[in-house]
Design a protein around this ligand. Structure first.
Ligand code: FMN
Ligand code: SF4
Length: 438
């Protein structure tokens, strides 16, 4: 056939045609796990200018590069002291199996960092496995209890998530088994929607009251984080800081989820790269940089991502999807079960179905048995440690004895977009797009 006849419309692509026909047949929108599929400006678009003659690199085997990270120094009597600038993000029990939650807790504890609960409450086994556990207070309040609040090492008020800022969550009935339903005090086997906003506030003034309430309930001991999906970052960060947040957790549009409308994942919010920069600028404007810590998430996969986020001004990063991948998500095993879901290893984004072939995003006992908790723990811990070593080696190569000393001046951009968003020069020029003349 002539090539001309096989030309593809850039508007009605094969994916767009399939999506139209799917919604025509089913009469509903599509839901999926994972994060944004579209290509966005990302940390990959930045590179480090490491030390040469103008600066001295540090020797990897002899000179230390510190990674200690402290979160929540503003008001809390017991800030969270972590060995590394990487934390494990909040992922709900319900979306994830209890074995996956336990493996995450154990792995985080092994590397000296924190893990986070999620929608649906705190699992006793998760608390036991996690040396440092951040307890989420979400709009749904599913499983939220004053008793668990007292057991937390920090509280994270979730205003939004990068994958679905402004949108609520969804847990399909097939994942709502007896235990999940019990913790959420909802019926078994029925789809559960998590609301998009908190029941007891209608604006930032109410957030201040909520923060005070939680501080009183925990005797001003533990830090209170506020998690935002990255949209109107500058104003949101300022309002959260004004309301009394100790830590801002900012989740870019690449951020993962177990189940959200795909229309949200690809068409809502801004990427992690510009979000970090806007948040840092907002904190600077308020003279709060360093006093209120910034944790960023959304698409962080490598030590280079970690180092770049820190160089742009984050105090720490938080990882969701990548930790699941480390424990076996999308691994080429049980291939026939991926096929039953209509997918294949490396392409799976079917966490919402509850039929996770590798036993991570499921409540089915037979599937869960496929996840070896000890091995998953080791793999996640190895992975997190590798990220730390990669970030340290980049920091040393930039001449820094602490990963937190990485700075924007260490970076240049490979694309015009990244230069404009990161406020760093385009590689090979002095030009910061949008800031100074060429
Ligand atoms: C399976 C899964 C479940 C999640 N559940 C929650 C949740 O209950 N509460 C929440 O605030 N965020 C939740 N998230 C989002 C993460 O906390 C985090 O913001 C996101 O995963 C970061 O992006 P990354 O996955 O690219 O690392 C979930 C993410 C995943 C992958
Ligand atoms: S392998 Fe499991 S955890 Fe990974 S995307 Fe598929 S369903 Fe989700």
């Amino acid at each position: 056939m002539e090539r001309r006849l096989l030309n593809t419309s850039q508007t009605f692509t094969p994916e767009a045609i399939a999506a139209i026909q799917e919604s025509a047949e089913l009469g509903r929108y599509s839901i999926r796990g994972f994060g944004a599929f579209r290509n966005v400006p990302r940390l990959d678009d930045l590179v480090f200018l490491t030390a040469t003659l103008t600066r001295f690199p540090l020797e990897g085997y002899r000179e230390r590069c510190e990674t200690r990270t402290v979160l929540g120094t503003r008001f809390a009597r017991k800030p969270l002291e972590l060995s590394v600038p990487i934390t494990v993000a909040g992922m709900s029990f319900g979306a994830l199996s209890r074995t996956a939650k336990v493996a995450l807790g154990r792995a985080a504890s092994l590397v000296g960092t924190s893990t986070t609960t999620g929608d649906g409450g705190m699992l006793a086994a998760e608390r036991e496995a996690s040396a440092k556990l951040v307890y989420q207070c979400l709009p749904s309040r599913y499983g939220f209890s004053p008793a668990d609040l007292k057991k937390a090492d920090a509280i994270e008020i979730v205003v939004g998530q990068g994958a679905k800022p402004g949108g609520g969550g969804l847990l399909l009935g097939q994942k709502v088994n007896q235990v999940v339903a019990g913790m959420r005090t909802l019926p078994e086997g029925v789809d559960q929607r998590s609301p998009c906003r908190h029941p007891d506030w209608i604006g930032p003034d109410d957030l201040r009251i909520k923060i005070e309430e939680l501080r009183e309930a925990t005797d001003w001991e533990i830090p209170i984080y506020v998690k935002l999906g990255a949209t109107r970052v500058t104003d949101d960060v300022k309002l959260a800081v004004k309301a009394g947040a100790d830590v801002i957790v900012l989740d870019g549009m690449e951020g993962g989820t177990a189940a959200t409308q795909s229309t949200f994942q690809d068409h809502v919010g801004i990427p992690t790269l510009p979000a970090i920069v806007l948040a840092v600028e907002a904190l600077k404007d308020m003279d709060m940089l360093g006093e209120v810590q910034l944790v960023v998430s959304g698409g962080i996969r490598s030590g280079a991502d970690v180092a770049k986020a820190l160089a742009l001004g984050a105090d720490a990063v938080s990882l969701g999807t990548a930790t699941l991948v480390a424990m076996g998500c999308n691994k080429p095993i049980y291939v026939e079960d991926y096929e039953k879901l209509g997918t294949a290893p490396y392409h799976c984004h079917h966490c919402h179905t509850g039929l996770c072939p590798v036993g991570i995003a499921t409540q089915d006992e037979a599937l869960m048995a496929r996840l070896d908790v000890d091995q998953a723990t080791t793999h996640v811990a190895n992975y997190l440690q590798t990220l730390v070593m990669e970030a340290q080696s980049l920091a040393r190569a930039c001449g820094k004895s602490d990963v937190h000393n990485l700075e924007r001046e260490d970076l240049v951009a490979l694309t015009l977009e990244a230069s404009a968003m990161a406020r760093v020069p385009l590689a090979g020029t002095q030009w910061v797009v949008g800031q100074n003349p060429l």
